[in-house]
Write a protein that binds this ligand. Structure first.
Ligand code: SF4
Length: 110
């Protein structure tokens, strides 16, 4: 699977909250039906798009505003942290923010 196919699969997964079809299949996410982003453009949520189209840098903030209204934000963030989701906005966080959260969690449990 190419990087582009992986991103396309991840975008679809974000839209449908099904398991991305990557080398590391993930379990279905059952909270998807209540996600605030279920009808949003998945391109808002992915850095692949931001990198290709810097003029769309406001997309990250737009995605995070959607997340702030989302009733399943805690479950979404927990899933992204548990699976090590490397791309996109999940649970209102960027990939860098999730890396920092995971580092703090590792320190707290060390
Ligand atoms: S927290 Fe954000 S990314 Fe997660 S389901 Fe809700 S709106 Fe979508």
């Amino acid at each position: 699977m190419t990087i582009q196919q992986t991103h396309q699969s991840t975008r679809r997964a974000h839209q449908t909250h099904e398991a991305p079809q990557t080398h590391d299949p993930r379990p279905p996410v059952r909270w998807a039906a209540r996600a605030a982003c279920r009808d949003a453009d998945p391109a808002l949520f992915f850095p692949f798009t931001w990198d290709d189209h810097p003029s769309r840098s406001g997309d990250q903030a737009r995605a995070q505003r959607i997340c702030r209204t989302c009733p399943v934000q805690p479950a979404c963030l927990a899933w992204a942290l548990r699976t090590g989701e490397p791309d996109g906005i999940w649970g209102g966080t960027t990939p860098d923010e999730r890396r920092r959260i995971r580092a703090r969690l590792r320190q707290a449990t060390a």
